[in-house]
Design a protein around this ligand. Structure first.
Ligand SMILES: [Mg+2]
Length: 216
């Protein structure tokens, strides 16, 4: 866990979902790959060719942007797939329950956090599969609201999803009262820090279990 900043007046947590609230390599891989395979199908190329295109684009993007990562949504967009289209693919192709199960340790952790703070998720998945993911791991009730790719049609690290999250957290909560938790610095942490939020980078859900103990 890398703690960048904890707000002095902490009121809310903004959680990333994938590889943050669960750690499951097969599912993390499938989320990207099901869209890449769909892209390949529509382009009439092989899945391996499409995987190579994505990998090459990401490599080139990183080289041109100081090592920064680019989301899959924006990668597909660069290949001419509108965000609305990749949102639809994700809605249709993802079945989190095939990969994920109830996580009692996470449930206990979120119970503790929820007793003192508001909780919201910001994800680059559409709201529907994101909600299914939270249900599969047993934590849906802790997150009345999810800001997804189809909420603003912008993927992290755009400003809009984080701004929307702060607005939805409600009266009396500003960016400086929020703590962003995620597994990718470029997507989940860098912009929240710029907005005045706190930030914690985790390597997976095992480190989220520690948050209630080591941070608060
Ligand atoms: Mg993530």
């Amino acid at each position: 866990m890398k703690i960048y900043k904890i707000p002095t007046e902490l009121k809310a947590f903004i959680f990333d979902i994938d590889s943050t609230l669960y750690t499951n390599q097969a599912y993390a891989f499938e989320q990207v790959d099901c869209q890449v395979r769909q892209f390949a199908k529509e382009r009439g190329i092989t899945a391996d060719e499409a995987r190579r295109m994505v990998a090459d684009y990401r490599k080139k993007f990183a080289a041109e942007h100081n090592g920064s990562k680019v989301s899959l949504g924006n990668t597909l967009l660069a290949f001419g797939v509108p965000i609305e289209q990749s949102v639809q693919w994700r809605r249709e192709l993802l079945e989190p329950a095939d990969f994920l199960g109830r996580d009692e340790q996470l449930i206990e952790t979120l119970k503790i956090l929820q007793s003192k703070y508001k909780l919201i998720c910001v994800t680059n998945n559409p709201v529907l599969p994101a909600r299914k993911t939270l249900e599969a791991i047993g934590v849906s009730e802790f997150f009345p609201d999810i800001v997804g790719l189809d909420t603003c049609l912008k993927s992290k690290p755009a400003l809009e999803p984080f701004q929307t999250a702060v607005e939805r957290l409600g009266e009396g909560i500003k960016a400086e009262n929020c703590l962003a938790v995620g597994d990718r610095y470029d997507m989940d942490i860098a912009l929240p820090l710029e907005m005045g939020m706190g930030g914690i980078l985790v390597s997976g859900v095992e480190e989220v279990y520690q948050i209630s103990k080591s941070v608060l």
